[in-house]
Design a protein around this ligand. Structure first.
Ligand code: SF4
Length: 481
């Protein structure tokens, strides 16, 4: 007698695939060559999705769970998974290093209540990767089958679900590589993966992360900051709030739901109208606003005013402290205020907006021994502790790491692929590492953003071919969004 399998197509996470590349999961289920009861589950997921799947699969020994909005499920790879799970009689089979949207999950039906129990205990919401998150709660509860891909695309961070504008454009670019052939009939995954690797220049689709320099003033003179090293003697400059407001409006039109990082060679909090800048940013449909600050301009009154800003839940404040020892802090971040003044504001904010307040230390020789004490100090107050990689800015600053850890193989630069940097006067350099604006893409205040972004493509292609400019840079693998 054939094994009973219920195959679910989840349409619960609310994304429509691009119309020209509709989901193919049903045809993959039908192509498995086994009797499967295919059921479509519409959204929203609610709080009882797994319970529903359990109820709807009564009489089956196995369930297959995939999503209706990927056009790229691979019949060949999915069949491999099903055969392996049945052969070894596992509880749960999943793809280990295929990008999401290529292989469904295969789960023993009797494991579904166990999974729901883990999810409820861990208070996990139903989001796209809910299966993987449940598994991480306790991998030892299940007998697992991992399916490995021969071609590893992990560093490309691909997703075959249309979850963001960038993902949708990437899917269109990849669909273009198929030459109109039906995906699950004529091509196998390894062939497509190899083609993607040969066409990596197509994966620079749309910016997501916008670094905007609104202020070039900073009250500290830190040795690990290029501003100090460059001996910047120019008077401080500030972006006019109205100019900033108009710029952010244009960014949101070009790049829906952008992430704005108010950063650059200055401290955004040193802007004379910092609150006006924040209010303007949050008034637009941006996904998130990040401010990385020394904290030197903060006091409790400013903290209160920030907390009163509408949309403040989209604002993350990152305090770069580097040390909680007063002497070391003063050495690393010379300025006028004592450490106690910084800690007062940071701890005030950590108590009142714990989800959106972060503390940060750059890991370098000067504070390496101290980082445990730094972590212990803040661990009592928050899990939001960032230990940041030191950036020698393409060799402009001295090396401050005993053992710089970088990938053996260079990774296609995420900053070229997803970021756009805008200096205080609107100048757009090729990337954040181009401190002297040697490779200008244009001016974001005066020129069309799409045109500026398009100019970066030639630099990305040079980068893929081993561009000299990138040789001394080890920021390529640092990933923002
Ligand atoms: S590798 Fe470094 S220098 Fe080259 S584009 Fe990326 S961030 Fe810029």
């Amino acid at each position: 007698m054939d094994t009973q399998i219920t195959a679910f197509i989840l349409d619960v996470f609310g994304n429509d695939p691009p119309p020209e590349i509709p989901g193919n999961l049903e045809s993959v289920y039908r192509g498995l060559g086994r009797p499967v009861d295919v059921q479509r589950v519409d959204g929203p997921p609610g709080e009882d999705l797994l319970t529903r799947l359990h109820r709807q699969s009564e009489g089956s020994e196995w369930v297959l769970i995939g999503h209706g909005d990927s056009a790229f499920y691979s019949l060949h790879e999915c069949r491999r998974l099903v055969e392996a799970v049945l052969k070894y009689d596992n509880d749960w089979g999943f793809a280990e290093n295929h990008p999401p949207g290529i292989v469904f999950d295969m789960i023993r039906r009797s494991a579904l209540p166990v999974m729901e129990n883990l999810r409820a205990k861990g208070k996990l919401p139903y989001t796209r990767p809910f299966l993987g998150e449940i598994l991480l709660q306790d991998v030892n509860l299940f007998d697992l089958e991992n399916l490995y891909s021969d071609v590893n695309l992990r560093t490309l961070r691909l997703s075959f679900f249309p979850d963001s504008p960038q993902d949708r454009e990437t899917l269109r670019a990849i669909a273009g590589l198929l030459d109109g052939k039906a995906w699950n009939v004529d091509l196998d995954w390894n062939a497509l993966a190899a083609r993607i690797l040969a066409h990596r220049h197509l994966l620079r689709v749309h910016p997501k992360y916008w670094e905007i320099e609104t202020s070039t003033r900073c009250l500290q003179r830190c040795a690990m900051c290029p501003k100090t090293t460059l001996g910047d003697a120019a008077p401080p400059a500030f972006m006019d709030p109205a100019t900033f407001d108009a710029l952010v409006g244009r960014i949101c039109q070009f790049s829906p739901k952008p992430v704005l990082a108010l950063t650059g060679l200055g401290d955004a909090a040193s802007h004379p109208n910092f609150l006006g800048i924040l209010a303007a940013a949050l008034a637009h449909p941006v996904a998130e606003v990040l401010v990385e600050t020394s904290g030197a301009d903060f006091d409790l009154s400013l903290a209160d005013q920030i907390m009163a800003l509408p949309g403040g839940e989209r604002l993350s404040l990152i305090f770069s402290l580097d040390a909680v020892d007063p002497k070391l802090h003063a050495e690393l971040r010379p300025g006028e205020r004592p450490l106690s003044a910084f800690l007062e504001t940071v701890e005030y904010l950590l108590l009142r907006r714990p989800a959106n307040t972060w503390v940060q230390a750059v890991k370098m020789n000067e504070n390496f021994e101290h980082l445990v004490a730094f972590h212990k100090h803040f661990q009592r107050l928050t899990p939001n502790i960032i230990i940041q990689k030191y950036n020698p800015w393409r060799g402009l600053l001295p090396e401050r790491r005993l053992h710089p850890a970088v990938p053996f193989d260079r990774i296609d630069c995420w900053h070229l692929k997803r970021d756009l940097v805008i200096r205080v006067d609107g100048t757009v350099p090729v990337c954040k590492q181009d401190l002297r604006n040697e490779h200008r893409l244009g001016n974001a205040i005066h020129e069309d953003l799409e045109t500026i972004w398009a100019r970066g493509q030639a630099h990305f292609e040079k980068h893929l071919a081993g561009w000299e400019f990138c040789r001394g840079c080890d920021e390529h693998y640092t990933y923002n969004y």
